[in-house]
Every structure is written in C-alpha cells, then in structure tokens.
Unconditional design. Structure first.
Length: 390
C-alpha cells in the first residue's frame, strides 16, 4: 500500500465542505489519486450521509453509505458560524489548493467563504461549487436534488414505451455525473493555474450535467424538432425469459430484424418491415412477437442464440450478480476495506485506471472529527482553549 506521495495529485490539498453524494464522490476521486482531502464537518452532526439511517450511534454515523464515498479523506469538526471557526477555515484556505462545496447557491457567501473573500486570502485557490441549477437565474436558489434534476432536464420524461408511467431512475445518475464533471473542472483549473499562477471558480450543476448528457437528443430536437429516444428504438428492449430477462439492442447491423428472427427461430419478416420507419410504425407488433418468443426458453439459451447472430445482448442482472462477476474483479472495481468500526467489507473502486497509480485505500473513511487535533497541530491553527469552538 502506498502512502500517496507518488500519486498524480500528491501535494494538492482540498478543503472539502461537500455532503451526501455529488461532492463527496468528486473529492473521493481526488483523494484516490493522492490529494490531501480535509473534510470540514459540523460539530456533532457531520455530513448528512452520517445520519442516513436516522440513528446517532457511532456505528450508524459511519455507515456503509457514508463509507462508500469518503475514503482517503481526513475529517475536522469546525463550527463555521463561530468567529474562531471562520478563522480556522481562513487559515486552512491559505494552505489549500481547492475549496469544494455542494451547497445551494449563496450559502458559502453567507458563511463568509465566498470566492471573492477566499481569493483575497489565497489568489491561487480554486473554488469549486456543485449546485442544483447554477449560480444565477430563476432556479439558482431552489433546492437541487438528483430526482429533481432528472425531472427538470427532460431525462425523466422519456420512457421506452409511451404506456409506461414516468419513474425515478433508481440510482444517483445526476449526482454521480455532476460529481465527475466537478473533478474534470478542478483538474482543468489546476492545469490552468500552472500557466497563470492564479486560481478560478469552477461551477457544475446537476441540471447542466443532465442537459449535457442529452447532447445527441438536444441536437436532433434543435435541428429537426424530433424526439430522439434510444430506449424506444423498435428492435431494442428487455424481454422476460423462463428464468430471468435478456436485453437486445437491434442496431449497428445491416439487417438486425432478420438476425433477431433467426435467433428466435421464427419466420424472417424483415422484408415486410425493411427500414426503421416501417419498424417504428409497427413497433408494438414486433415487440409483442419478440416478447412471446423469449418467454419460451431460458436466458442462457437465448443469449447463445443471439450471440450466434452477432447481436448485441446481455442478461438483466442484479447488482449482486454484477459484483460477483469475475470481470468486475479483473477490472479492479472492488476494494477490500478493513474498517475499524464496520469490520471488513467490499466497496466499489475507481472506474479511472492509471497504469502507474492504482487506487488504494490509504485512509479508511474518517470518524467524525477523527483528525481534528492532527490538523490543528499540522497547520498550527488558533483555537479557543486548545479545541474547536462548538
């Protein structure tokens, strides 16, 4: 296990005010690649994810959800509303490279930690913010959240079938996307600072990240006023089998309908529906035909038949099945953590793989304020009575 001194971001210090998902997944990635991430937490409360289960025991406040997002960080408790706490933050800003938050627009300014204030203390500081909708505009001060961004951006409106009710995407699509955009922005700003010598603001929003994710759909709508919905393509779908389900993508081939018919051992009807326009017009019939065929045999049977026709296909699996797949381990997507409170368990690693900087758990997710005294001593912070004012 490395101490991090040889990692790409060694020497970069991040003052981390983030909570829950969007910000913590970004600062965790920075920490994975060597940054010294100092997590600033509210005394006795901490990151909102510490209260995920509504319990206040030490074990509950270091739960698996929190732990999945906060490795390779240090935690300091600071009452940011007190004069002493504010001075501690300012002192830490002087020795930091990045300040990151995912509060609503204006919160950092009200706390006394806005960019204009902090750049006077440290002109090299990079001030990174993740918001719901952006820092200005009619929604700037609205509460932002993953599900709301799905709805507001148009992502939730599209379904594979018009008869399917709108539903919430079941994982944090927006938070993770925006968090990774925050990482990109910080890295770009660090490179720019090498040339200019000064920092800058980086702003990312859940809303923008979801708009950006629809770049193809947006271009099609802008140019042709046509809705592009990849999930609604006529030869694509998820179909139940006798023991599970299989997904097929009927595209990227000269005659995918013919190949699907061959795989399903049914009459080749591709001449009756020779192009995308005809297939779209008769999608309900085609999908019903596929559905009835897939329901007659097992997932393994149909995957073998589909692959014989070189069709894009996969089983529909649970997360547990995916985590147990040898490919997941081969891709170094699992990290074994020996947590001092939770014991041994597995967490997801980094999807970014650098040949000379493999990701390790150098620090287990911190207990609330675990490194307060250490950080006070390291940076000679001034505090009342030798401890943080609370």
């Amino acid at each position: 296990m490395t101490d991090g001194s040889n990692l790409p971001l060694a020497g970069v210090r991040v003052l981390d005010f983030t909570q829950v998902m969007m910000g913590p997944c970004a600062t965790q990635m920075l920490g994975d690649f060597g940054a010294d991430v100092i997590k600033v937490e509210r005394p006795n409360e901490g990151d909102l994810s510490r209260d995920f289960f509504g319990e206040r025991s030490e074990l509950a406040m270091n739960n698996a959800v929190f732990s999945s997002l906060n490795r390779n960080k240090r935690s300091i408790e600071i009452d940011t509303k007190s004069a002493v706490g504010k001075q501690m933050v300012y002192d830490l800003v002087r020795v930091s490279d990045v300040v990151m938050n995912n509060f609503r627009a204006g919160v950092m300014d009200r706390l006394g930690f806005g960019y204009e204030t902090l750049k006077e203390i440290n002109p090299r500081i990079i001030f990174a913010s993740g918001t719901g909708y952006g820092e200005t505009g009619p929604y700037a001060f609205k509460g932002g959240q993953d599900v709301l961004a799905q709805a507001m951006s148009g992502v939730m409106e599209k379904t594979a079938d018009p008869s399917i009710p709108h539903s919430i995407y079941p994982t944090t699509l927006c938070d993770y996307s925006a968090g990774m955009h925050l990482v990109q922005g910080v890295l770009a700003a660090l490179l720019a600072r090498e040339k200019s010598g000064v920092g800058q603001k980086v702003n990312v929003s859940l809303y923008d990240s979801m708009i950006a994710m629809q770049m193809q759909e947006a271009a099609q709508w802008s140019k042709h006023r046509e809705v592009l919905n990849w999930a609604a393509m006529p030869l694509t779908g998820a179909f139940e089998t006798t023991d599970g389900a299989v997904v097929v993508v009927g595209a990227f081939k000269a005659n995918p309908l013919r190949d699907i018919c061959n795989a399903l051992e049914i009459e080749d009807i591709s001449s009756q529906y020779p192009d995308l326009a005809a297939q779209r017009k008769h999608k309900p019939f085609l999908q019903d035909l596929f559905r009835k065929s897939f329901a007659t045999n097992t997932t393994a049977h149909w995957l073998a038949r589909l692959e014989e026709q070189d069709l894009l296909c996969a089983p529909v699996r649970s997360l547990g099945e995916a985590l147990d797949d040898p490919q997941t381990a081969i891709n170094d997507m699992l990290l074994e953590m020996d947590h001092p409170l939770l014991g041994a368990f597995t967490v997801v690693g980094s999807p970014v793989h650098l040949s000379d900087a493999p990701v390790h758990i150098r620090r287990t997710p911190p207990r609330l304020g675990e490194h307060t005294d250490e950080i006070i001593r390291e940076f000679n912070l001034t505090v009342e009575s030798g401890k943080v004012a609370v």
